[in-house]
Write a protein that binds this ligand. Sequence first.
Ligand SMILES: [Zn+2]
Length: 349
Amino acid sequence: MTVPVFCGIVPPHILEHLVAHAEDDAVREAAERSLALDALNRVHRAEAPSTPEGIVRERVLDTAERTVCDDHHTQRLPGRVVRTEGAAPVPDQTVDRAYDGLGATFDFYLAAYARHSIDGRGLPLDATVHYGQRYDNAFWNGERMIFGDGDGTLFNDFTVSVDVIGHELTHGVTQYSANLDYQDQSGALNESVSDVFGSLVKQYSLKQTADQADWLIGAGLLAPGVHGVALRSMKAPGTAYDDPNLGQDPQPATMAGYVDTSDDNGGVHLNSGIPNHAFYLAATAIGGFAWEKTGQIWYDVLTGGTLPASADFATFAAATVAAAGARYGAAEVAAVRDAWVQVGVVAPA
Ligand SMILES: [Zn+2]
């Protein structure tokens, strides 16, 4: 049976920690409501077709086709349309950030990999903002992006991080390509690929090289006073936050810390730290803009049509080494292989 992909950018282990340990009653209640809403949307996701039919177009355009709706905190999707493609900015900055983030992701995939939208066929990009009440999450429901406002105490508005938008929309790219099973190592790869291309959307929009990038997922989401910089770090998994309310970032950077658990589909948001770190190591070794060579190698594997949906880390690693050789030379092959050796997925030669 296929496990439905439901990924809130805030993984369940953080919200569960808040329910158990939050000092502030309002924060705890927001976390409880967010977990309940996530559970509801996970069920909806399981009942929906896994790959909705894209709209077949006579001509695929080189521009995004965006629609942003406002839920007005009612949980009645899709909400009222508040900004459509080409329309002027509106007074609500949340609407405009969602619109811009969808556009940044569209522009990134088109410029870097000549991919037209997440399905490669110009799928319109839809989003709903102000979802629920003080909802502590953002997710892709298979058809649209949905953003909460956050509780305002620990979490800011979820439209603030463009890499979060890139992460969630990349779940759509994966859905239309390798469709990695959302369980155990293939599930952690599904998560990692979203972090990789989410971070690359940000790096591309800021024109940062691998050395200049922060390699954080969700920078800006944590409110002032929270002890942390983001939800995850690809550069140093396990160091993104250490806070009385949120707990300590539990992501491993190498196989030595691999987490065996049945929670969260086998720790898909935990063990993703390992392939995340491999990408960071490869990208910094190869140097330059990470979306160019290293991103292209990962993209070739994701969309090449030969990666099994059940791929484990070793299978994915071997595929990236092969892809590096197919497109580039010995230096890139060595950098990619060495990255996987450093995280303990590939044995040293
Ligand atoms: Zn995800």
